[in-house]
Every structure is written in structure tokens, then in C-alpha cells.
Design a protein around this ligand. Sequence first.
Ligand SMILES: CC(C)(COP(=O)(O)OP(=O)(O)OC[C@H]1O[C@@H](n2cnc3c(N)ncnc32)[C@H](O)[C@@H]1OP(=O)(O)O)[C@@H](O)C(=O)NCCC(=O)NCCS
Length: 216
Amino acid sequence: MQNPVLDLWRLDETPGAGDAIELLGQLALERALRYANPADRNEFVAGRVALLDFAAALLEVDPARLVPDYHCPRCGPGQDHGRPGFMLDGGPAPLALSASRASGWVLLAGVVHPPEELRLGVDLESTGKATFEGFDDVAPTATEKRFLSTIPDQERDSQRARLWARKEAWLKMTGEGLRRNPAELDVLDLPGLRDVTGIHENGKLPDGLVAALALG
Ligand SMILES: CC(C)(COP(=O)(O)OP(=O)(O)OC[C@H]1O[C@@H](n2cnc3c(N)ncnc32)[C@H](O)[C@@H]1OP(=O)(O)O)[C@@H](O)C(=O)NCCC(=O)NCCS
């Protein structure tokens, strides 16, 4: 199976955010305006611009030829949320895409000319954020709890974040998101699901971040 292209961008360094913003479309701009916190709004916009530029680079087309077309399994096509996609010159762009934002970074994944029905999910997590009080009561399955109990104390938080990234990557691949109870999804050993430890050749993830990729 084709390996996805992965990229990791800093949200405060997204190129061309000022110029590209109108290419995001009315639905995204309306969603941006609903963010109460300006920092969250800026990160949402920068993440969308990064994905647009990433998709255009993969297809080797001008970003202005791409029109965002997000599909939510519950609400249908043409949404401001859901699985990312683009129209190119009036037809679906030949791409499978996924994106995730965390701690000022956006992780992007794409497959060009994907086989029919190929689905992709990535998730990026800050090791601090996935390890809130009570995490073990709501997130891991019984098997995963047993796994966490075998992990040395100092590594347990990063393993919790790793499990959470794997759950979200899988649930983005299936399209269900957190509508499905993550505590009923065992992610230690699922075909097509793996940790992402580096992005470019020899490039490690920044400290404090973990990521996962699901492909199927
Ligand atoms: C998918 C989900 C787990 C991601 O949440 P998160 O950790 O807060 O955010 P991340 O930054 O990692 O990922 C967000 C990206 O995931 C992608 N995404 C969102 N929903 C998706 C879905 N159902 N399938 C695949 N990808 C999805 C989008 O690219 C989104 O980017 P955007 O914020 O620019 O729209 C979460 O949004 C979710 O559970 N969604 C389903 C429930 C839902 O959306 N309900 C409301 C409408 S019915």
C-alpha cells in the first residue's frame, strides 16, 4: 500500500496565511468567526491554510484551483467540519487527506491518487494534554490499562498520549471521531495503525509531541 506523505508545520509560520485566507471558503471563515479565543481562531485558520498549501503541493497545482470540501459522516458533504477534502476544477481532487493540530503545530498527511476507498487518519497530541486527571477512567480499554500498568512511572504519561493519538487517528480514518467511545477501542495492535516518530528523513517529532497514523 502507498505510504502517505507526512509534513509538520508550525502554525505561526504557515506561509501565505494572509493571502490564502479567502481560498478557505465561506464555511471555514464563518467557523473561524465562531471561535471565542483569537489564538484558537488563528490556529484553526493557519491549520486550514497549511492543509490547502500541502494539498496543492502534492497535486502540483496552484492553491487557487482547490476548493475545500469537508465531508462529515453524519451531516454529509459541504460542511465546515469533518473529513478534509478538496474540489479541483469542479471535480473531487484525487487525494486522501488528514490533519491534526496540537501545541502550535499541524501534522498533515496525504496520499495522491489513492486507491478507491482508501481512508487516512492522523493525530498529533501533546504529551501533557492527553494525561489529564481521570484519563484512565475514560480513555483506555481494560487491555490498555493492563499495558499502562507495566510501564515505568516516568514513561506512563507519554504512553497515555501515544494511546490517545492512536485512538484519534483510527477514529479519523473511520470518520467516526469521538462519536465512538474511545474506551471501547483497543489500539495497541490494529492493522494499518502505527506511531509516527519522525516526519522527514531523520527528522524527529519536537519534544512533548506524539503522533499516530491510520491507513486502511
Ligand atoms: C475528529 C476529532 C476526534 C478531532 O478532534 P481534535 O483532536 O479536537 O482535533 P485535531 O486537530 O486532532 O483534528 C481536527 C481535524 O480532524 C479532521 N476531522 C474532523 N472530523 C473528522 C472526521 N469525522 N473524520 C475524519 N477527519 C475529521 C479535520 O481535518 C479537522 O480539522 P479542522 O479543525 O480544520 O476542521 C473530533 O473533531 C471529533 O470527534 N469529531 C466528531 C464529532 C463531531 O465532529 N461532531 C460535530 C459535528 S456532527
